[in-house]
Design a protein around this ligand. Structure first.
Ligand SMILES: Cc1cc2nc3c(=O)[nH]c(=O)nc-3n(C[C@H](O)[C@H](O)[C@H](O)COP(=O)(O)OP(=O)(O)OC[C@H]3O[C@@H](n4cnc5c(N)ncnc54)[C@H](O)[C@@H]3O)c2cc1C
Length: 436
C-alpha cells in the first residue's frame, strides 16, 4: 500500500519550510541514499538532507571495490547481495549503472597470512562465496600488472566487481531516488533532531523543518556528531584512508582484475588506463570532525603521498609500477570505524524513531545496496530480516569514551586484512538469525 502523497511544503510560524514525510535521512552518501531509495521502493515518502553535495564526502572518494570474502556470514551475505544488486542496478532501481565484472585475486605471501587465507576461504565457501585457488601462472595471466614471486597463495574470487568512478554509483542512487519521488536537499545541514518526550519526530535544517517518525543517521564521519543532536552515542571513530591512481601505463589492461595483497594490506585495480593503489596504514590517523572547524570536510583531510609511495615498496618486486609511475590522482577521506569492525545498522533502542546506517569500516560503499535494503525492511516491517542482521545493532557497544573508540577503531583499521584472532566472528547461531 502506498503512503499518502508527499505533502506540499508549507511555512511554519517561525518562517521555516515544513515538510512531512515517513522517513528523513541525514546524509546523502552511499548509505543514506541507498536507505532512502529502498524506503521509497517500499512506498514510503522520504526526504534526504546533506550539509554538502550528495556523495561529496567518503562515498565520492571510494576505490569502488566490492569484495565477496568477508569475516562473518551476515557481512558475506550483504557483500554478495550488494554485488548482485549493483550488477543488476537498472532492473530494480530503474537507472543504468556501469559495473566492471573483473573478479579479484587475494594474495598471501607469509605463512601466517597463507594460513589465515586458507581458513577465510573455507569459511567464505561455507557461506556461499565462489572461490578457488589460482596458480602463479594463472595469477600472472589474469593480472598483467602483477609479477608473482611463485611462492604466494593466490585465490580467485570471480564474483568480485568494481565501479570505476565512485561518483557513478552516487549519481545512480540519486537519479533513482528522484525517480521514486525522494526529496533531496543538498547544502542543508541537519542542525537539530526533534525529540519531544523522548521520541524522534523529525529534524530541522537552517531553513526547513522535516516531520518524520523515522530519522536515519547516515552522516558518515559526522554520525557521532549527528547522533549527539538527538542525545545518542553512535560508536564510530573516523580514520583517514588514502589511495592513488597512476598515469596511464602499458602494463595495465582495462580487463585486469582487482588484486589484494593481504600481508601488505594493499589493493590494486585498473583505473583510467593506469593503476589504482590503496593501502591500510599500520599507524592510522584518526580525525574527529567534532574537534575540527565547523566547515571541515573531506577536502581538509591531510594526505601523505610519501607514505603511500613508501608502503608501495612492500610490493616493489611484484608491482614495481605502484611506487614508480607518476601519479595522476591522490585522494583520501575518512572511514567510520566501529570498535568491532562491523557495521552499525538498525534502531537506537533508547530513542524510538532514530535509526543508524553507519560504521562503514571501509566497506560502506560496496555494501550500501544491501544495507539500504535491509534497513528499509527493518524500518517498515518492524524486525530485521532473517540473516543475523540484529547483530549490527548500534546499541551493542553501550557508551564508550572517545579515547576507547579511537583506540579500538584504529586497531580495526590497521588489521583490516590481517589474521585477527580476537575479532568476533559472528555465526548465525550467535547472532540469532537464519543463515542466508
Ligand atoms: C579513499 C577511500 C577509498 C575507499 N574505498 C572503498 C571501497 O573500495 N569499497 C568500499 O566499500 N568502501 C570504500 N571506502 C569507504 C566508503 O567510502 C564508505 O564506507 C562509504 O562511502 C560510507 O558512506 P556514507 O554514506 O556512510 O558516508 P559519506 O559518503 O561520507 O556520506 C555522509 C554524508 O553525511 C553528510 N552529513 C554529515 N553531517 C551532516 C548533517 N549534520 N546534516 C546533513 N548531512 C550531513 C555529509 O556531508 C556526507 O555527504 C573508501 C573510503 C575512502 C576514503
Amino acid at each position: 500500500m502506498r503512503s499518502p502523497p508527499i505533502e506540499p511544503e508549507g511555512v511554519s510560524g517561525d518562517g521555516k519550510l515544513d515538510v512531512k514525510v515517513d522517513v528523513a535521512v541525514i546524509g546523502a552518501g552511499a548509505l543514506g541514499l541507498s536507505a532512502a531509495l529502498h524506503c521509497a521502493l517500499r512506498s514510503r515518502s522520504v526526504a534526504v538532507v546533506d550539509r554538502a553535495a550528495a556523495g561529496s564526502q567518503a562515498s565520492g572518494r571510494a576505490a569502488g571495490l566490492f569484495k565477496s570474502v568477508q569475516a562473518d556470514e551476515p557481512r558475506t551475505w550483504l557483500a554478495r547481495r550488494s554485488i548482485e544488486k549493483v550488477t543488476h542496478f537498472e532492473e530494480w532501481a530503474g537507472v543504468p549503472l556501469e559495473c566492471h565484472r573483473s573478479g579479484s585475486l587475494l594474495v598471501a605471501r607469509t605463512p601466517q597470512h597463507k594460513a589465515a587465507l586458507h581458513s577465510e576461504v573455507a569459511h567464505s565457501r561455507s557461506w556461499g562465496a565462489e572461490l578457488r585457488e589460482a596458480s602463479a601462472t594463472e595469477l600472472a595471466e589474469r593480472a598483467a600488472y602483477y609479477r608473482p614471486g611463485g611462492n604466494e597463495l593466490a585465490v580467485w574470487c570471480p564474483e568480485d566487481v568494481y565501479i570505476a568512478e565512485p561518483g557513478d554509483l552516487v549519481q545512480a542512487y540519486k537519479s533513482a531516488c528522484l525517480l521514486h519521488d525522494v526529496q533531496i536537499f543538498e547544502s542543508e545541514a541537519a542542525v537539530e533532531v526533534l525529540v519531544p518526550g523522548g521520541r524522534v519526530t523529525g529534524l530541522e535544517t537552517g531553513t526547513r523543518r522535516i516531520e518524520a517518525s523515522v530519522v536515519v543517521d547516515a552522516a558518515g564521519a559526522w554520525a557521532r556528531q549527528v547522533g549527539e543532536l538527538a542525545g545518542a552515542q553512535i560508536a564510530v571513530a573516523p580514520v583517514r584512508h588514502q589511495l592513488l591512481i597512476t598515469e596511464p601505463c602499458a602494463d595495465v589492461r582495462g580487463t585486469d582484475p582487482i588484486v589484494r595483497v593481504i600481508d601488505a594490506a594493499i589493493y590494486l585495480r585498473p583505473a583510467r588506463s593506469g593503476l589504482m593503489f590503496g593501502v591500510f596504514e599500520a599507524d592510522p590517523m584518526p580525525i574527529d570532525p567534532r574537534h575540527q572547524p565547523a566547515s571541515f570536510s573531506t577536502d581538509d583531510v591531510p594526505l601523505d603521498l610519501g607514505l603511500l609511495r613508501r608502503l608501495a615498496g612492500q610490493i616493489s618486486a611484484e608491482v614495481p609500477l605502484a611506487a614508480r609511475t607518476p601519479v595522476a590522482e591522490h585522494r583520501g577521506g575518512l572511514f567510520t570505524m566501529s570498535p568491532d569492525g562491523r557495521f552499525l545498522i538498525g534502531p537506537v533502542p533508547d530513542l524510538p524513531g532514530l535509526w543508524v546506517a553507519s560504521g562503514c569500516n571501509g566497506s560502506g560503499f560496496s555494501s550500501s545496496p544491501a544495507i539500504g535494503e535491509v534497513l528499509a525492511a527493518w524500518i517498515i516491517d518492524g524486525n530485521p530480516p532473517a540473516g543475523g542482521f540484529a547483530s549490527f545493532s548500534p546499541a551493542r557497544f553501550g557508551v564508550l569514551t572517545d579515547q576507547v573508540l579511537i583506540q579500538k577503531g584504529t586497531w580495526q583499521y590497521a588489521h583490516y586484512y590481517d589474521p585477527a584472532p580476537d575479532q568476533a566472528r559472528v555465526s548465525p547461531a550467535q547472532s540469532g538469525g537464519d543463515a542466508r
